[in-house]
Design a protein around this ligand. Structure first.
Ligand SMILES: Nc1nc2c(c(=O)[nH]1)N[C@H]1C(S)=C(S)[C@@H](COP(=O)(O)O)O[C@H]1N2
Ligand SMILES: [Mo]
Length: 367
């Protein structure tokens, strides 16, 4: 397939930041993140393999493992047999803002994501809880595993992308088997004919091109289930085993400055500073603060109320910036009174995941 065809399938705006063309990895332009819902043409894309060929006619979803009634469902059956449900949810890659960790210490072989591996959509589909209720999850099942159709050469051994979540989250109602995104047919690039959406959890658990749902006693043994984990700082990621890391699940508290842009040159005087914060599963953002004096004093920003616990909350404040260089720092607190760590150095880890340090950005004001 020619490169232009590949780009055609992804169907993104010219200003998305493409880190890799194959597998396609691209982050959203900062301007796209100022809106509550991210348009499809600027929603970030994160892949571990080429797009798989899935024929929507012959495609079936299998539900098996520790269930009383294994199911095999076509797209039509899914839409007919289960009530349709929509959830607005922010999807964030666990590798978002790895670039700031790389500045602390190099992380070879991983995509150097800036702050744009995050976007928000309105997802529509069947509730996973409803499908699992029909299959009858047995009491000895503790995890629900998902398997996609894309075989990743990055995995050892090469295997389809997959992962799992605990039964409690899987049956919570908000986890969707989505066939639509922003009220349009789910694009192939984002997992058509069907993908999982696990609101409030790292993007990696929202498996695209879904083929199979398996109820298990243990978490998924898919390569990517434990690849997405926090290793101890001194571990060698190439030698680490599945049990060596802390497996990632719920999203860590996060905050980003959207305006002004990094290294912007501004007139001095009152400047509007905007951004978003995201708390992750079961929490909401309770407060965002901005400092221009390296954290000595903080200004309380205006924060949008939460729509639900899984969607970013935008914030804004106006500060008078002095002439010369200023470092803006923005930090979020969540509804459990947790605050973000100050520095990426605190959270550095060998695979560069879950950088939840406060946002830092330098601007230059005219005298
Ligand atoms: N089948 C499959 N599902 C996948 C992936 C993948 O490579 N293959 N990437 C995961 C990761 S790491 C993220 S962050 C999200 C990205 O979703 P998007 O490409 O729709 O933005 O999809 C997840 N689901
Ligand atoms: Mo991800």
């Amino acid at each position: 397939m020619m490169n232009s065809d590949v780009m055609g399938i992804w169907n993104k705006r010219d200003d998305v930041l493409v880190h890799q063309a194959e597998p396609y990895n691209a982050e959203s332009p900062p301007g796209a993140l100022t809106r509550r819902i991210t348009p499809l043409d600027s929603f970030y894309g994160r892949n571990h393999a080429p797009i798989p060929r899935v024929d929507p006619e012959s495609w079936r979803l299998r539900v098996d493992g520790l269930v009383d009634h294994p199911l095999e469902l076509s797209s039509d059956e899914l839409r007919r047999r289960f009530p349709e449900r929509s959830v607005v949810a922010t999807l964030q890659c666990a590798g978002n803002r790895r670039a700031d960790l790389i500045e602390v210490r190099d992380i070879p072989g991983q995509v150097s994501w800036g702050p744009g591996a995050v976007s928000t959509a309105r997802w529509t589909g069947a509730s996973l809880a409803d499908v699992l209720a029909e299959a009858g999850v047995r009491p000895d099942a503790a995890h629900i595993a998902f398997t996609g159709a894309d075989v990743s050469p990055q995995a050892q051994p090469p295997q389809p992308f997959g992962g799992s979540i605990p039964v409690a989250k899987a049956t919570s109602g908000e986890v969707l088997l989505a066939w639509a995104m922003n009220d349009q047919e789910l694009p192939v690039a984002h997992g058509a004919p069907l993908r999982v959406i696990v609101p409030g959890w790292i993007g990696a658990r929202s498996v695209k091109w879904l083929r199979r749902i398996t109820a298990r006693a243990e978490p998924s043994d898919n390569y990517f289930q434990t690849e997405y984990s926090i290793l101890p700082a001194e571990a060698d990621p190439l030698r680490a085993g599945p049990g060596d890391g802390i497996t990632l699940g719920p999203i860590a508290l996060h905050c980003a400055i959207l305006r002004p842009a990094k290294n912007a040159r501004l007139p001095s005087g009152p400047t509007e500073i905007t951004g978003f914060a995201l708390a992750g599963d079961d929490r909401t953002v309770a407060r965002v603060e901005v400092s221009t004096d390296h954290g000595r004093t903080w200004t309380h920003a205006d924060l949008d109320p939460p729509d639900n616990p899984w969607t970013w909350q935008h914030w804004r404040t106006t500060l008078t910036l002095p002439p010369g260089e200023t470092e803006l720092v923005a930090r979020a607190w969540d509804s459990t009174a947790t605050v973000q760590p100050e520095s990426p150095a605190t959270v550095w880890n060998p695979r560069g995941y879950a950088n939840n340090a406060a946002a830092h950005l330098r601007v230059l004001c005219a005298p």
